[in-house]
Design a protein around this ligand. Structure first.
Ligand SMILES: Cc1ncc(COP(=O)(O)O)c(C=O)c1O
Length: 381
């Protein structure tokens, strides 16, 4: 079997039989001519399928070990695509500390269509077990969670779900297929905001749903086409460019993030540092077991109000104060005020997010420079 480095590169090459282009061509065509009624060259209309997008879908499916992938217009479109598999009356269990946009889509949109959601501490299997009902149809896992990087025991949750015939879906955005292989841990459906590490260059907002069972392959293809959730070929072409360097980027993100986390962890002004690669992380051993790297996200806590955070952020020169993550450049943000503001104050507090919580997406810069930048910011407090 080819290694991830090889699959990431070769997913986007050697496909053009017209001119032997080395790189996958961009086919922006919205429609494809039939040779005669019922006969075409594999594509009829770009909402249902497109050759450029197909190259990306096959590359992502290959990296995840899936049998099919549908690339979607945003990461949220991928999440919505999976939730559309449900029907009124179904019950969903998920973490209380998932990405705020996923929480909003579940709590404020799909709940209105008669789907019931229980948000709980997914790190505690007994909580998951206690919440199961006869109508539980889906367990939605996000691990590491956003922003506190808690680790869910994926194998334990999928074993429980399988014993009850419950579908499981995992948002693998934070780890990417390079550091976490959810199908090996028993998950049925994988979702990505490919906006993040898979693209890696902060120049497109896109997503993906990966499946490995004919039933779900077909159902997801149907839903995403019927609802019009699929990705533009232009965006797919950009992601194909980004995905080629995914393994190398992930290794560097993780190495630099570990150094940043080590520095924050010993700083007297930092109350707490959350990074699965720190031995003090409560699920460090579980992280080592189910992930092959600890990723590029680091979260830490300061005793700071909004004005003090502004002073800290204002001193930083290398970190942009911005939402999103997974790009080559480092970003920093305050989830209480920014990425998770779509959750109520109560929901944020239950999730463990505080006004002084700071989330860092560590880019590919040198660790020494990033640490010096943070040091300058902390010195101003
Ligand atoms: C874990 C996670 N899932 C899903 C999404 C949604 O993706 P998008 O912004 O591409 O719609 C995000 C966005 O930040 C995310 O962090």
């Amino acid at each position: 079997m080819l290694k991830p480095e090889t699959r990431a590169v070769h997913g986007s090459t050697c496909r053009d039989t017209a001119f032997n282009s080395v790189i996958m061509p961009l086919y922006p065509s919205s429609t494809f001519a039939f040779e005669r009624i019922g006969v075409h060259k594999g594509f009829d209309y770009t909402r249902s399928g497109n050759p450029t997008r197909r190259a990306l879908e096959e590359t992502i499916a290959g990296l995840e070990g899936g049998s099919a992938c549908v690339c979607t217009g945003t990461g949220m479109a991928a999440v919505a695509g999976v939730l559309h598999l449900l029907k009124p009356g179904d019950h969903v269990i998920t973490g209380h500390d998932i990405y705020g946009g996923c929480y909003r889509l579940m709590h404020d949109v799909f709940a209105k269509y008669g789907i019931h959601f229980t948000f709980l501490d997914m790190t505690d299997l007994s909580c998951v077990e206690d919440a199961l009902t006869d109508s539980t149809a889906l367990i939605w896992i996000e691990t590491p969670s956003n922003p506190l990087l808690r680790i869910v025991d994926v194998q334990a949750v999928t074993t429980l779900a399988r014993s009850r015939g419950i579908l499981t879906a995992l948002d693998n955005t934070f780890m990417s297929p390079y550091f976490q292989q959810p199908f090996d841990l028993g998950v049925d459906i994988i979702v990505h905001s490919t906006t993040k590490y898979i693209n890696g260059h902060s120049d497109v907002v896109v997503g993906a749903i990966v499946t490995k069972d004919l039933q779900w392959d077909e159902r997801v293809a149907f839903i995403t086409n019927a609802c019009g959730l699929t990705e533009s070929p232009w965006d797919a072409w950009l992601v194909l460019r980004g995905i080629r360097s995914l393994p190398q980027r992930m290794r560097t993100h993780a190495a630099v993030a570990q150094e940043v986390a080590n520095y924050l962890n010993q700083h007297p002004k930092v109350l707490r540092t959350h990074y699965p690669g720190l031995p003090e992380h409560p699920q460090h051993e579980l992280a080592k077991k189910q992930m092959s790297g600890f990723g590029g996200m680091v979260t830490f806590e300061l005793e700071a109000n909004q004005a003090q955070l502004d002073i800290f952020f204002g001193k930083l020169q290398l970190f942009s104060l911005a939402e999103s993550l997974g790009g080559v450049e480092s970003l920093i943000e305050a989830p209480w005020y920014m990425s998770h503001v779509s959750m109520s104050e109560e929901a944020r507090a239950t999730a463990g997010i505080k006004p002084g919580t700071i989330r860092v997406s560590v880019g590919l810069e040198h660790a020494d420079d990033l640490i010096q930048d943070i040091e300058n910011g902390l010195a101003a407090l």
